[in-house]
Structure formats: C-alpha cells, structure tokens
Design a protein around this ligand. Structure first.
Ligand code: SAM
Length: 212
C-alpha cells in the first residue's frame, strides 16, 4: 500500500503540534511533499482511487498526489497532472504532465484522458499577504476545478478540491452539491494547525441533466 502514514512511535500525540512527522515520513517514502498524507486519508475514508481509473490532478506540483494516484490506479490507469510550475517527479508511463494555468487552459486541453473517474484539485494561490485576496483566489481556483469536473468528470465519478475557509465556502459547497449526489468536507489529520484549508469531496457525479 503506498504512502504509509507515520508509525505510532513517530507520530506525535497531537500532529497539529508537531506536523514534521508527516514531512519526514513523506520524504522517507520518496514523496516530494507531506500533502500525500492528506490524499491518502481522503482515499482511505471515501474509497476514492482504484486500479484502472482515469484521474485529472490540478495543481499537481511538486507531485506527491500524482505519485500516490499513479500507484493506486496502476499501469492500466491514466493520469493527467497539471500545474503552473514545472513537475520533475516521475509518475510512470500512465501519466502525462501539462505545465500551464488551469484558469486559462481550455477544457479541451485538459480532456486528454476524459471522461475522468476522479478529478483532484489541490490548487492553492501563492500567499499574497492579504488574507481576503488569498481566500478569493482560492475560491476562484476551486470553482474552476468544479467547472472542469462539470465538463470532464464521468457520471458516478468523484471530485476532491481544496478551498481556503471563507464566507464563500457555502457557495463552493453548493456548487459541488449541484454536481454530485454526496458532498463531504474533510480536514485531514496531516493539515497544519495554522492552515485555513479544507477539502470538499464530491461523490457520485450526477448524470447529465440531473444536476441541481
Ligand atoms: C499545495 S500545492 C500542490 C501540492 C500537490 N498536490 C502535491 O501533492 O505535490 C498547490 C499547487 O497549486 C498550483 N497552482 C496554483 N494556481 C494554479 C493554477 N492557476 N493553475 C495550475 N496550478 C496552480 C501551484 O503552482 C502549486 O504547485
């Protein structure tokens, strides 16, 4: 099983106080970022990823989520990893990397392996120093990911998107409720205590014509 969480002896009693155990465990297992444990927890809780699936990963750099997803979908799956920044991590022959801005890339440019079984977005803005501006940008990235899912996610498919907590959270959750039968909000254990992020998980994408 990929991405083994920190062992009981490594893991602090309160991971929010000493989150470095997650960073060390990620590096020890060859993942570039501790964020892998967030996806691993979401996967474990909602049974997200399976062999043979087609996955779109938006905001994929430096590559931990894509590495994890590529292992879970195996050689029979397909993965498209997209980020503004270059991605140097290797995900295997089932993966293709696109460097670009998800806000301006067309849905066609993201459709290489569509329809997708899973759309992931861990996209986050570079922090600007303004909490309000960062929240607004995070909402924009989240809503773009939902729009991409609306265009490219298969009926029955699943969505995971990161958003910074703000007044817009309810609008974001409603947009996902419009798309998926079941919506959950998850704040994984590996999230830093100071972080304002939360993940909205949409399960069972509604069939076309059944949204709303
Ligand atoms: C928290 S990191 C993602 C970490 C990644 N999931 C991993 O496990 O390695 C957020 C990423 O979102 C990307 N990002 C932010 N805005 C973006 C945009 N408009 N289009 C594509 N990627 C974007 C950033 O470049 C950054 O690499």
């Amino acid at each position: 099983m990929p991405a083994e969480r920190p062992s009981v002896s490594q893991k602090p009693k309160n991971p929010y106080k000493r989150p470095d155990a997650f960073t060390k465990a990620a590096k020890a297992q060859g993942y570039p970022a501790r964020s892998v444990f967030k996806l691993e927890e979401i996967d474990r809780r909602v049974r997200l990823l399976r062999p043979g699936q087609r996955v779109l990963d938006l905001g994929a750099a430096p590559g931990s989520w894509s590495m994890y997803a590529a292992q879970r979908i195996g050689a029979g799956g397909k993965l498209l990893a997209v980020d503004l920044s270059p991605i140097t991590a290797a995900f295997g022959p089932q993966a293709t990397v696109v460097q670009g801005d998800a806000l301006s890339l067309t849905n066609e440019a993201l459709a290489q392996f569509a329809p997708y079984d899973v759309v992931l977005s861990d996209m986050a803005p570079a922090t600007s120093g303004s909490k309000i501006a960062d929240q607004a940008r995070s909402y924009e990235l989240f809503m773009r990911a939902v729009a991409v899912a609306e265009a490219l996610l298969a009926p029955g498919g699943a969505f995971v998107g990161k958003i910074f907590m703000s007044e817009d959270f309810v609008k974001a959750r409603d947009a996902l409720r419009n798309l998926c039968e079941e919506v959950r909000s998850i704040r994984p254990e590996g999230t830093r205590a100071s972080s304002v992020e939360i993940f909205l998980v949409g399960l069972k994408r509604k069939a076309a014509g059944k949204t709303g």
